[in-house]
Ligand binder design. Sequence first.
Ligand code: IMP
Length: 441
Amino acid sequence: MPGTVLLGLQWGDEGKGKVIDYLLDKETFYACARFNGGPNAGHTVKVKERTYRFHQLPSGVLHDVQNVIGNGCVIDPAQLNNEYAELHNVGIEPFLAISERANVILPWHVLQDMYEGKLRRSTANLKETEKGSLVSSTTGRGIGPAYSDKASRFGIRIGDLLDREELKRKLALVGSIKEPYLKLLGRPADQEPESIERLTDGLYDFGQFWQDNILDTGSFLNDALKEGKRVLFEGAQSVHLDTDLGIYPYSTSSVCVASGASSGTGASPKYLNKIVGVVKAYTSRSGDGAFPTEIRGPEAEDLREMGQEYGTTTGKPRRVGYFDIPMVKTACEMNGVDWLALTRMDTLAQFAHRFDLTEIPLCVAYEFKGQRTTRFPTMNLLGAMKPIYEYPQGYDEYIYFIEHLVGVPIRLVGTGPERDDIEVRNPTERSNSSTVLDSET
Ligand code: IMP
């Protein structure tokens, strides 16, 4: 079966870009298809002395594969063009298919993201550091508002950019609602409304530039899959940020779980047979909300610095914590993960060395109301989960514990920032050996 889905299993920023880069290099894929999110993603790939950061483009653009942006994505046209131009300037010109059904992020969405955030915080009378559950932060890229308009059937789609007159008519209609709404949200009175003419020109030019690449990505992928060509489906964000199954309302607005590979591209689910999960050797979190294994103080600062845990999209410092088995185990079960790639073991090793840790804390379960559980709960209960730690000795044992407690083999281990800093493991033998850890549920 030719469809492989790759997902992050924590809260994003697991190092998916590097694993995708590795897989596309070592295995023969025909296409790399992104199925969710917009320019809120941040895949970093380091090749020799150059670091590439993609927010909007699929990670496959550095490879000789067909790249697809599926209908489950939202697209910021200027951002897409900037990233593509950056590649073009260094002589890389990947083929890119863009779904005619993907929704467009409009300038109003970015403003809406900002003003709605401000208004929600001030209405709740809360400071930035004390946000409540209905005022969770965003990456400020207009993602939430673009998906809301999609769900309200009030969005502009990529296919709409091909007909200038129709596009202008639709934009005028959207603008007639957005402009007064933005005023209501507190946009200063002296700020110019969006020019429909200018917006139409810009979006129409985008449509003309990409017109041969704007496709029905479902048919494009299904034709390839039917012939047995392999496709890597790239999930942005991560399972626990999924709009339905993630830590709502601190989640993102798109489908981040494995089924999104199908609904977010139009590829038939019958072709998807391998699910790869990417996890970082510790945990990081870009947004708000409960975080049971969070590390604070100087240790957190050091780990953040060592792992360069700053948002690729926002630049904001990320919160950091110990590896959380219930989080990853639940994500594996929910998505049927076949094997794991464990990234950033080098950063964890550096951290352990700095603090003279011969034993590395690993959250193996939670205690909740006097009971032990390995189920990752909804956000309402997450703050009440007390982590139970065990202390594997050394890295081999650390990996072994994760593999056994999660119940999924670890096939790749990231050992450094470069493209080739990945070790391949053959976990089969060890995964089958029964230890006391197997009794954990
Ligand atoms: P939005 O999806 O950009 O509106 O952001 C909503 C929440 O999802 C925020 O807490 C973000 O920090 C988080 N988020 C969105 N994209 C990513 C990502 O790629 N990595 C980590 N967190 C993300």
